[in-house]
Design a binder for this molecule. Sequence first.
Ligand SMILES: Nc1nc2c(ncn2[C@@H]2O[C@H](COP(=O)(O)OP(=O)(O)OP(=O)(O)O)[C@@H](O)[C@H]2O)c(=O)[nH]1
Length: 432
Amino acid sequence: MLNALVVDSSNYYCGQLTDLLVAAGFEVESARTGAEGLEKAQQNRYRLVCCSDNLKDFASSEFCSQLRSLNGYEFVTLLVLTEHDNAKSLKQALLAGATDIFSKHDITEMETYLTRISQRESRQLSGRVLFIEDSRVLQTIIIDLLTDMGLDVDAYNYAESAWDAFQSGDYDLVITDIMLEGVMSGITLVRKIRRMQSEYGNVPIIATSGFDNLSRKIELFHLGVNDYVSKPIVREELRQRVFNHVTSYQTLRELKTQQKSLYSLAMLDEVTGLFNRHALREFAGKYFSEAYRFGRTLSVAVMDIDHLKKINEDFGFERGDELLAEFGAWLKRHVRDVDMIARWAGDEIIFILPGCDLVAANGLLERMQTRLRKIRPAGLPISVSVGVAELRKTEKDTLNSLFELADKAMYQAKMAGRDCVVMYREKEPLTE
Ligand SMILES: Nc1nc2c(ncn2[C@@H]2O[C@H](COP(=O)(O)OP(=O)(O)OP(=O)(O)O)[C@@H](O)[C@H]2O)c(=O)[nH]1
């Protein structure tokens, strides 16, 4: 539980402030004089102290400087509450160590501030930290701090073993000493992490060092370190820096995940996992313009599953869906990276095959068909009819025009008894 001390000579304001603090989630004690306040602060360790500028025995600046000199009070939040704005005494209070100053007449501002502090102080993180430090004593202190914040810590003395762990782990933060025992330095570790191609390579890194050397710091930032903490490490400073880095990184990762799922929703077909019609229209233009620009050929194929209606009737629509899902995954594995494959509608699938003339496209689809005869997606036999058309030299073809030709050829394949590939040829009659 967060605790706070209110030091105010006025019963009225003391009561009002206590109510505010309790509402923000604090456990509150109070003192009527500065001396009583300092005594209580020595006996207890408060996370927040509010002192009024109307104390009978202390000027607020004096109270602030005496509180700050107590053991454990260097970094606690210390607020001064004023009844009358007196710029000079307020400035003195800030100089003496007050964190912030509030008017007793602006309760709303104070309320918002306390709620924010309470949320910040009581928020537990979750995540994993890779921590490299060769001083045992410092290691223990920092592990305690990080664990207290809710983080899981993997601690190492040597960069070599930390690097091994890093490659197989999923970390939210790396804290590394720069000068380490062992062959690999902290700098090499940072360099290796930043060279990684995967998402792991973007993990935030805090470097620590006993040498407060400006040019080294700049060099570290060049290497991709996000932050630098000098030794001796101040717990409160490190706590806040860790908090900021871990939360920003996690927010960024969440955003990326959301972006990916939005992309999936917009571009991928739910059932087959293939691109949808929208994506096909979005990307097709690029395939065609590149083919024209570089004088390359390109083919479009229309594939239609045979008798899906009957499969649905015999085995149920859900089983038909399973078949489509497994078939979609299988297709993705059997096309080249450069090909585009999308579900047009129902049981119709479109391929854009850059660099493939009619014969090559026909060969590719026939090989696929031969393999398909050996698999049973969702435990069901499957066959497909396919029509293929290639860019014509005499026409300025588009996705629509080639789709129309390939669809005609696919229809011919159905007419020819299904389970075959038909090439569309302009001047000749269609042949199998
Ligand atoms: N399970 C399932 N079936 C679908 C889906 N989309 C379309 N279908 C079914 O696919 C069938 C397509 O039927 P048709 O175009 O008449 O052709 P077919 O039964 O496959 O027979 P042919 O194409 O002539 O070989 C229809 O019965 C649709 O209900 C889907 O997302 N899931």
